[in-house]
Ligand binder design. Structure first.
Ligand code: DGT
Ligand code: CA
Ligand code: CA
Ligand code: ZN
Length: 581
């Protein structure tokens, strides 16, 4: 793994040299070395020990010495020196999408900009587009880049929040007198990003719970500490709010602190109309003050003559009306999922070999999993040539003989090329059980071009599903512009599924778009895009997005059995090859 650290340092050297306007050849040499280190399969430390570093393409004497220095000391002095020679804020500027070393240099030399706030101010004052070679579009991109970075900083991904919450819950459950600890807030609602973590405990000894929190190893700072509410900042810079209530109020507090605020406002209005008052302690009669509910969350809703509403849809986007009319949907559950459609192996850019991937999917209790390594044009991700793909297909067939009831399906994540053509010919695609179409290039194309590409791919009879349909990466890259209406219509007409990609940085389609897709009659699928086996568990996060989109098992393609799924794929192929769409 250390080669990645060294590659990152080499890229940084290249950035710094470029910022200083130094020799382009040297800059390119560092960039090339960084790339080669990224794709290195040998262990760098062993290569250093065996004096074989110069076998790596692009690594000469000088760079080999720097690698050895890093391996033995954990630092490269030349980098430290360069860092001292540029204004400190430059590193932060370089993290903004749309700001490379050349731009940073220009901003520094012409406008003395050395920090993100300075840059934001200059952009607001439209000073950037007056710079040589700067167009309004570029200024606009920078403003957007700053927004992306800020969102990423301030709000945490669902995946990270879930992991942290497990750690905190485990700690609080150890406290004496604790009856129950649960997550509330946006995390319980499975929002894609989380501002702060809200936890709720039931205990008769609240101070013991608070002590467990404020003395935890992950606590960096105590922001507030009382017997009902405490807040801390974790060592990762995340705020955690913990509230402790008496067991008889637990349901009311859980409902209250789960939110959303909008949902709760509606409930309070309904309560008042019934002569009731609802707060974090319970539901009370306005006239007498008598408590009518509090211990269980269901009872809070029952007091308002409503069925319990799943937290993921408590956003006041129709769930209260649906509950009143007793037509709340049965939402998707993890147990409904019969297989994963999007799994990589080390034949392309995944980490694990085929057999290990198969065993891991099988252990999850699935009926099937589709192996979808990258296609030939995606060279940076080790895309498979047609010969390699044929080889993979026959290896999968051979392996299936040993797997029992669980079966792998053959597939590929095929690039949708710039003009909407697929990266393999149809004769190749026809040999696969399942074909994913993905955009991995040309993100900056116009809405019309991107939409055409997607629609063309959707109209290919062999494309079963479009992966991560908007290409966004939370905190990193905005979605490309898609005309959803056109895309969803084509998908419905042809019987092509749209993915809810469960990778926490993607969550693409997101909740809102997935709900729209479903309303447009499109079949959805939840898949993990697993590159490393621990990511298989992200399925639960994708299910959360599907639930936020009001989706149930009948709306999700991977709730079908293997036979039903294959029939579904065949149906599109048949219709498409007979030119019926
Ligand atoms: P976040 O943290 O920005 O991801 O979003 P939430 O929903 O977790 O918001 P947060 O942490 O401020 O509060 C947690 C829940 O507590 C919120 O969803 C509803 C409830 N809550 C907090 N403050 C208020 C308030 O002033 N009024 C009402 N009605 N509810 C509140
Ligand atoms: Ca929160
Ligand atoms: Ca909070
Ligand atoms: Zn993928």
């Amino acid at each position: 793994m250390r080669q990645h650290e060294i590659a990152a340092l080499f890229s940084q050297i290249a950035d710094l040299l470029e910022f200083r306007g130094e020799n382009p050849f040297r800059i390119r040499a560092y960039r090339r070395a960084a790339q080669n280190l990224e794709s290195l399969t040998d262990d760098i430390e062993r290569m250093a020990a065996e004096d074989r570093l110069q076998e790596i393409p692009g690594i000469g004497q000088d760079l080999a010495a720097k690698i050895r220095e890093y391996v033995s000391t954990g630092a490269i002095q030349a980098v430290e020196r360069l860092r001292r020679e540029v204004p400190a804020g430059i590193f932060e500027l370089l993290e903004i999408p749309g700001v490379g070393p050349k731009t940073a240099k220009l901003l520094y030399e012409r406008l003395r900009i050395t920090s993100v706030p300075q840059l934001a101010k200059a952009a607001r004052a439209h000073q950037l587009c007056k710079l040589p070679g700067f167009q309004e579009k570029k200024e606009h991109n920078i403003v957007r880049g700053i927004r992306i970075i800020r969102q990423g900083r301030e709000r945490m991904h669902l995946g990270a929040a879930l992991a942290l919450s497990r750690q905190v819950i485990e700690r609080l459950r150890e406290a004496p007198g604790v009856k129950r600890v649960e997550v509330a807030g946006s995390l319980r609602r499975m929002k894609e990003t989380i501002g702060d973590l809200d936890l709720l405990a039931a205990s008769t000894q609240p101070l013991r719970v608070m002590k467990a929190l404020t003395t935890a190893p992950f606590c960096a700072q105590v922001l507030a500490s009382g017997s009902t509410k405490s807040s801390i900042m974790t060592t990762d810079g995340v705020q955690v709010d913990v509230r402790v209530v008496a067991p008889e109020s637990f349901g009311a507090a859980w409902q209250y602190f789960t939110g959303s605020k909008e949902h709760n406002v509606r409930l309070r209005e309904m309560a008042v109309r019934r002569g009731l008052k609802i707060n974090e302690y319970g539901v009370f009669r306005l006239a007498t003050g008598a408590r009518v509910a509090g211990r269980d969350e269901e009872d809070i809703y029952r007091a308002l003559e409503l069925p319990w509403i799943p937290p993921e849809i408590r956003e006041d986007t129709g769930e209260i009306e649906a509950a009143m009319q007793k037509r709340l949907p049965r939402l998707l559950e993890l147990g409904d999922i019969k297989g994963d459609f999007h799994v990589h192996t080390n034949r392309s850019d995944g980490r694990h070999p085929l057999e290990e991937v198969a065993q891991a999917c099988k252990r999850r209790g699935y009926q099937y999993a589709v192996i979808t390594d990258h296609s030939k044009s995606l060279k940076v991700a080790g895309g498979l040539t047609e010969a390699e793909l044929r080889r993979l297909i026959s290896d999968i067939r051979a392996l299936n003989g040993k797997l029992g009831r669980f079966q792998l399906l053959t597939g590929s994540e095929v690039d949708i090329l710039a003009e909407g053509r697929m990266d393999y010919p149809n004769e190749m695609l026809a040999q696969l059980d399942f074909v994913i179409g993905s955009i991995h290039s040309g993100f900056k194309q116009s809405q019309a071009t991107i939409t055409n590409r997607l629609v063309k791919a959707i109209r290919n009879p062999y494309v079963t599903m479009i992966a991560h349909p908007t290409g966004r990466l939370l905190g990193q890259r905005e979605p490309y512009e898609v005309d959803f209406e056109a895309v969803f219509q084509a998908a419905r007409e042809t019987g092509t599924a749209m993915e809810i990609n469960a990778y926490p940085k993607r969550l693409d389609l997101n909740d809102v778009a997935a709900r729209k897709a479903h309303e447009a009659g499109v079949m959805l699928a939840v898949s993990t895009d697993t590159h490393s086996l621990d990511q298989l568990t992200d399925m639960a996060i994708g299910v959360g997005v599907a639930r936020r989109a009001w989706l149930g098992p009948r709306d999700i393609l991977n709730c079908l059995s293997r036979d039903q799924l294959l029939a579904w794929v065949r149906q599109k192929r048949k219709k498409g090859t007979q030119n019926k769409f």
